[in-house]
Design a protein around this ligand. Structure first.
Ligand code: NAD
Length: 428
């Protein structure tokens, strides 16, 4: 099928490449001319494992092309909207980019009217599909579908090719059939429903995952007080098939471009309907206070951080991505600097984004180099390059052998044997 993908960020680029790999003829559109230029050369503007190679292949095959102007895709049967829906000042989802894209689609449709589906893949509040359908009511033959995205940064391409589920919200069976045709051959359970249900499934999923994380983070605080081990507790819990092992990992808190903004957007959506989602409110509260709680654990060992050198290992919000949006590292660095510490940081990919915000700190070429002369090292993102270190050598190079593991990912027995004082999140 002929498909246009509007917005070629993390979701749009992955969607465009995966659809092209699945045999569709795809046109990627982005307002950002420098991004489009890079993409045309086969250079992915974002870091995602496997994406560069896949992008080059579909460009070479002629299955994917990029433009800044949507009229280049005027004969597309399906228009995917994958633009950002960031947090507005009041916490609601800012739909400015989305509504801009809808207005562009309206104009292009009038140039080349035909049967087509406008698919909202961006995460949007319940009712947005309805609103978009209203905006396009004058465009004969146009249906509006909601098809939320569940990919995880760091494994985005695999997730797009082998999704956990395909959720399609439509208001007519013809559009449902066309969407089924688009995803023909993709093995995944389908949820075919109305647009509002599809929209809420996305927010509810992210809110629930955030809840699991905050639950474990709060439990980790208790575990620290009790001297129990949260990693063992999580394993014991996760073996219960009603619970499952995913998202039970305590740490420095969640970040990224989705959970923070989607949880507040869901709270705001509920508030508009006079519903207070009190659990979700607490989930956000726990997450907001987790970095400070984590630094308290460091300060129990190093009460005065003034003049102390701290190694911060890992800057992106999770490994295998270059995304630093709402990354816990940003809060931690800010707090450390406020307390008078000097920071040496390492990340295999995320330095360029962070260095714009914190030009005053030192960025190193390796995790081991960041630890040289440090009074403590903290693990913020569990990149392999930050986890697998020569601990004996690191021990020799540090001013004080203190490791504070914000992801419970360092081999705690091994580092203790190497002589370190090790503190995890909720570890005995
Ligand atoms: N990043 C994720 O892991 C993820 C996962 C699931 C869902 N989502 C949702 O998907 C949406 C996109 O997220 P993202 O992380 O890919 O965003 P992003 O910021 O990486 O990319 C958005 C892109 O859209 C472009 N754009 C904006 N307006 C445009 C327009 N009118 N025409 C053409 N291009 C336009 C921007 O230039 C940018 O390149 C959001 O709603 C997000 O919540 C994201």
């Amino acid at each position: 099928m002929k498909v246009a993908v509007i917005g070629t960020g993390y979701v749009g680029l992955t969607t465009a490449v995966s659809l092209a790999m699945n045999g569709h003829q795809v046109t990627g559109i982005d307002l950002d001319a420098s991004k489009v230029e890079k993409l045309r050369q086969g250079i992915s503007p974002i870091y995602e494992p496997g994406l560069d190679e896949a992008l080059k292949k579909v460009l070479d095959d002629g299955a994917l092309a990029f433009y800044t102007d949507l009229t280049e895709a005027k004969d597309a049967e399906i228009f995917f909207i994958c633009v950002g829906t960031p947090e507005a000042v009041d916490g609601t989802a800012d739909l400015t980019y989305l509504l801009g894209a809808v207005s562009d689609i309206g104009k292009v449709h009038s140039l080349a009217p035909q049967e087509r589906i406008v698919v909202i893949k961006s995460t949007v509040p319940v009712g947005t599909g309805e609103k978009v359908a209203g905006m396009l009511a004058g465009c004969q033959g146009v249906s509006v579908a909601s098809n939320p995205e569940f990919l995880r940064e760091g494994s985005a391409l695999i997730d797009a090719l082998e999704p956990s589920r395909i959720v399609i919200g439509v208001d007519n069976p013809q559009a449902a059939a066309r969407m089924e045709e688009l995803y023909n051959g993709v093995k995944a359970p389908r949820v075919i429903t109305n647009r509002a249900n599809a929209e809420l499934i996305k927010y509810a999923s992210n809110a629930f995952l955030a809840t699991r994380i905050s639950f474990m983070n709060e439990l980790a605080r208790l575990s620290t007080a009790l001297g129990t081990d949260i990693v063992t507790i999580a394993r014991g819990m996760g073996l219960d098939s009603r619970i499952g092992p995913q998202f039970l990992r305590a740490g420095v808190g969640y970040g990224g471009s989705c959970f923070p903004k989607d949880t507040i957007a869901l709270l705001q959506l509920a508030a508009e309907h006079n519903i207070h989602l009190s659990i979700l409110d607490k989930v956000r509260e726990v997450n907001a206070t987790q970095p400070a709680w984590f630094l308290e654990q460091l300060c129990l060992q190093l009460p005065d951080l003034k003049g102390k050198q701290i190694a911060v290992l890992g800057l992106t919000f999770k490994p295998d991505t270059d995304d630093i949006r709402e990354a816990p590292s940003l809060k931690l660095i800010e707090e450390l600097l406020q307390k008078g510490a000097s920071v040496k940081a390492f990340d295999p990919i995320g330095v360029s984004g962070v260095s714009k915000q914190f030009p005053q700190i030192t960025y190193t070429q390796s995790a081991a180099e960041a630890c040289e002369g440090a009074h403590a090292a903290i693990l913020v993102t569990e990149w392999e390059q930050c986890v697998q270190l020569d601990w004996k050598q690191v021990y020799q190079s540090m001013a004080q052998p203190l490791l504070v593991d914000g992801r419970n990912a360092w081999p705690h027995q091994e580092v203790k044997e190497a002589g370190f004082h090790y503190i995890g999140v909720g570890r005995s």
